[in-house]
Design a protein around this ligand. Structure first.
Ligand code: ADP
Ligand code: ASP
Ligand code: MG
Length: 920
């Protein structure tokens, strides 16, 4: 420790007043001594705290070493036993803390100096972190030296260079010379220490703490010079002289407030100043051994200083506009919280919001000192105020129950399980005693009241030791079977929702877990403390960001974001993409729905994008940036993005291979939307498996456009069934093509002419036999029959095939069309017979729920029947039910075409968004 001591005494070089002008800021104890010093002429102030300042300040003259020593006054202050300047405390002080990014470069340090100068408080204590990345660099030096990696030498040089260059930018003349001389001296000491570490292959904690604290020593000195250069007199403080802490285990230290206050008063009597630039992070033990407040501890330093001074306010300056409702790097829609209670801020920081060190709260809360979080790069942002919450007249807290969300990664769950635990006093204490013995930090605990298991989370790196300790502590119980296991569940994260009173407000936890369920996130453990400030869930690490976004969007009404993959950009898929493009802005603005197409895949080429494809030029992008299509890779890309809580794959193909993937997708929590009839009309067992899986999960499968394109047919049927109506019969014209053909087959033209006309108008498939065969209608009948609860397969449906038997073998559509006129007579006869009886011919599908069968056939209807009134290619569906018995419920309208089909898919997408929590 010799080196440490030497360095500290170097810092101790007194800074002493050089002027005899009186100043009311400085209070003094008048000693009994007759030797009045210059300072004792200062009139005492009436009270120690909350008093104002005088306006005159002692001026300093440059001193030889650090610039501000006057020999004459030195003599006075050396007689300290007689004369002491009292440290004023109270509202006159404001404490500022500038984080590493705030002082990350010479320009930034200059900017910070401006902020300090512009603060009109009478007393300012400025706590400063090391320049950004420097503490990491310092830890790295130690690691390298311990590992006997010679590159530590060049790494020290890099640290030196960084500070030298920054100082050269900022300082000149004597200031620069004295800073560089100090820097040189420190670096030489560090090199010697690191050499010792290199030889020993080990660094003690105090060695390490001494080394890593240098970043703060240098940044504080540089900043103090710059503040002075900007015209504000100031002193710099090595807080190792002032902040006294006791190690408290688990890599933490506890401040000794009484001793620190005493030392601060002593320090002040030696360095009275209105502006003090103090090192963050570093402190000393009772034995004057340098230590630190541990990583990110500068916030804590500022809070301790604030409490020692009973300051008016502590401002934590950083690089964000305040405390966000969630980590802004993970949730782009996070909002700034204008106020937070102390408890909320503590919970947020404890559970991973690193904008504030969790221990910052306690010291200031004792004196009701508010903390402001401000952005040094955006002074116009008002920031977040952390204080005692305001209460309205009824004493009720005004804030909404959930304020923010935070996460901790890299934790593991430990589950101690066994029937022998119930009712045995001391089990919990034995478990946590064993955990304490290995020094592990328990982050959350959950025990079911059955007492069969105790489950808790610890940092992943500590879990092996914890498991070992538990197994050995409970070896007897494990052998005897009283404990069945000590299980470890690795790779977990903790998600905490924080808010005063949230746990006592109805429905908050339900909404939280519902949002997680809807994003298909499995919760491994839950803890809700009686403090009511947080509800905590342990989830899989890979789900963490999705979970955060899902719950955040649910509570903050930020957007319901859905990652989409479009499969099959043919006519319907392309139309859907165009509709999405045109409607995206309105959906975002008016409905808070953010639809991101993360991928488009055809059978040969796919286009993937991490944030969402620009739909105004997707065709061009597919051409330029497309890659070879791979459906599994596509699925992975769209689903495993970690950013969007919900994923939907939209299958716009008619492909049964794609349909065969739905089960796997749903199982993985991917929602599926499709106009593709293949899955729902395919083999019955597969269909039943798919529906069963979907019903068990929170995953949605929508297929409105499989029947009647955009017409509300499936949803009408579901509405009837779910409200307890009984379906008797569904009968309809489900094929737009056949609707067109029979609506126009009125006896004026031959049947084959009408088919030709329909083909020319684009109403038919390229080969009209695909329509005339009736298979497509049969698939729709199967879909509706199954939806109504009938267990039918396609082979159970008799289908009247309108393709004349001999033409079914025609090699091409052209050949078929050529030969079709030969069969016109047959069709003309059927039409004439119908007409003679006052009927028309219609090609219909029927689901007969009473006799539990379905069929597809050409039927005759009276001319006043609704089916006879159709025009164009309209579909019409009649539901006869217990409630709609006399008059069937009829849905009618265009049931084919790219626009209406894409519209049907689109409305399924919006239905999904509303199921996922988008406001309706
Ligand atoms: P400093 O160096 O100023 O102490 P930190 O990196 O320690 O800065 O803390 C600020 C960072 O905390 C922000 O840049 C932000 O990315 C992160 N952060 C995490 N959670 C939150 C939150 N809920 N609100 C604001 N910032 C957060
Ligand atoms: N410089 C220290 C660290 O990076 C302390 C701080 O910045 O708060 O951990
Ligand atoms: Mg910080």
């Amino acid at each position: 420790m010799a080196l440490c001591a030497a360095s500290i005494s170097h810092n101790n070089t007194s800074r002493i007043l050089s002027s005899s002008k009186s100043n009311t800021f400085y209070q003094k104890k008048i000693s009994a001594s007759p030797h009045f010093s210059l300072l004792s002429l200062t009139p005492p102030l009436p009270s120690l705290s909350r008093s104002g300042f005088g306006s005159h300040w002692r001026r300093r003259e440059p001193c030889s070493l650090h610039g501000h020593v006057s020999c004459s006054v030195k003599a006075v202050l050396l007689d300290e036993s007689k004369e002491k300047l009292l440290l004023p405390k109270g509202d006159m002080w404001s404490v500022h803390k500038f984080g590493g990014t705030c002082v990350g470069s010479s320009e930034r340090i200059q900017n910070v100096a401006q902020v300090i100068v512009q603060d009109s408080s009478e007393g300012k204590l400025v706590v400063v972190s090391a320049m950004s990345k420097v503490t990491d660099m310092m830890y790295d030096l130690i690691n390298k030296a311990q590992a006997r990696d010679d590159s530590y030498v060049s790494a020290v040089d890099a640290v030196f260079e960084k500070h030298k260059l920054t100082a050269m930018d900022l300082l000149d003349g004597d200031d620069l010379a004295s800073f560089l001389s100090r820097l040189h001296h420190d670096i030489n000491n560090l090199k010697a220490m690191l050499r010792a570490i290199y030889i020993a292959g080990h660094a003690t904690e105090s060695f390490s703490d001494f080394i890593v604290g240098h970043g703060e020593l240098w940044s504080a000195q540089m900043l103090s010079y710059v503040v002075r250069k900007n015209g504000l007199d100031c002193e710099w403080m090595d807080t190792r002289e002032v902040l006294i802490v006791n190690p408290s285990g688990s890599n933490q230290v506890d401040p000794d407030f009484a001793e620190s206050e005493k030392r601060l008063e002593e320090w002040f009597s030696r360095h009275p100043s209105k502006t003090i630039v103090a090192t963050g992070f570093i402190a000393s033990t009772q034995q004057n051994i340098p230590t630190t407040l541990k990583r990110d501890g500068s916030d804590f330093s500022a809070a301790i200083m604030g409490s020692l001074l009973r300051a008016r306010q502590v401002t934590i300056w950083t690089d964000v506009d305040g405390v966000y409702s969630a980590d802004p790097r993970k949730v782009s829609e996070a909002v700034i919280l204008r106020t937070l209670s102390y408890q909320e801020a503590w919970e947020m920081s404890y559970f991973g919001a690193n904008v504030l060190h969790p221990r910052t709260i306690m010291p200031v809360m004792r004196y009701d000192i508010p903390i402001m979080i401000r952005n040094v790069f955006n002074l116009s942002a008002p920031g977040t105020m952390i204080c005692r919450p305001a209460e309205n007249e009824d004493g009720q807290k005004l804030e909404s129950p959930v304020r923010g969300f935070a996460t901790i990664d890299n934790v593991a769950l430990v589950n101690v399980e066994g029937t022998g635990m119930a009712g045995v006093p001391g089990t919990a204490s034995a478990i946590f005693g064993a955990v304490k013995d290995v020094g592990a930090n328990v982050i959350v605990i959950s025990q079911a009241s059955s007492e069969h298991s105790v489950c808790f989370a610890v940092p992943e790196k500590e879990v092996a030791a914890v498991a070992e300790a538990l197994k050995s502590r409970f070896s007897e119980a494990l052998n005897a079977g009283r404990l069945s296991q000590v299980a470890i569940i690795p790779n977990c994260s903790i998600l905490a929702a924080v808010g005063q009173k949230m746990a006592s407000t109805y429905g908050v936890s339900a909404t939280l877990f519902n949002a997680l369920a809807k994003a298909n996130i499995n919760v491994r453990a839950i803890a809700q403390g009686c403090s009511e400030y947080n509800v905590t869930a342990v989830i899989k690490r890979e789900d963490c960001i999705r979970a955060l976004r899902a719950v955040h969007s649910r509570f903050y009404l930020s957007k319901t974001t859905i990652a989409m993959g479009i499969i099959g950009p043919g006519l319907i898929g392309a139309t859907l993409l165009d509709q999405l493009r045109d409607q995206a802005a309105v959906l975002k603005e008016d409905c808070n729905i953010d639809l991101r197409v993360m991928g488009i895949t055809g059978s040969r080429t796919m286009l993937l994008n991490d944030v969402g494809i620009d739909l105004s030029r997707w065709k061009e992008l597919v051409k330029d940036k497309g890659e070879v299509a791979d459906l599994e890779k596509f699925r992975q890309h769209v689903h495993e993005n970690h950013f969007f809580p919900n994923t939907v794959l939209v299958d716009c193909t008619a492909d049964s291979n794609v349909a065969s993937c739905y089960h796997d997708w749903l199982r993985r929590g991917i929602h599926v939307i499709t106009p593709n009839k293949k899955a729902n009309s395919g083999p019955l067992d597969q269909y039943l498996k798919l529906r069963a899986l979907q019903r068990q999960s929170y995953t949605h499968y929508f297929y409105e456009a499989t029947v009647g394109a955009g017409l509300p047919i499936i949803s009408t049927l579901r509405g009837l069934l779910e409200t307890g109506d009984k379906i008797q019969r569904i009968e309809g014209i489900f094929s737009g093509t056949l609707s067109y053909i029979f609506n126009n087959f009125k006896g004026t033209r031959a049947f084959s002419n009408v088919v030709e006309e329909a083909k020319q108008a684009g109403y038919t498939e390229p080969d009209p036999r695909d329509d005339l065969s009736g298979t497509d209608v049969a698939r729709k009948v199967i879909i509706l029959a199954r939806e109504s609860g009938l267990k039918l397969d396609l082979s159970d449906i008799p289908v009247q095939n309108l393709v004349p038997e001999p033409l079914r073998a025609c090699a091409s559509a052209e050949e078929f069309m050529q030969q079709l006129p030969q069969f016109d007579n047959e069709m003309a006869r059927a039409r004439q017979e119908a007409e003679d009886a006052g009927d028309v011919l219609r090609y219909v599908g029927v689901v007969d729920a009473v006799s539990r069968e379905g069929r597809v056939e050409l039927r005759r209807y009276k001319k006043d029947h609704p089916f006879a009134q159709l025009s164009g290619s309209d579909n019409i569906i009649a539901f006869t039910t217990t409630r709609y018995k006399e008059q069937p419920l009829i849905v009618r309208g265009p049931g084919a075409g790219a626009q209406v089909t894409a519209g049907g898919i689109f409305s399924d997408i919006l239905r999904l968004a509303s199921y996922l929590g988008a406001p309706s």
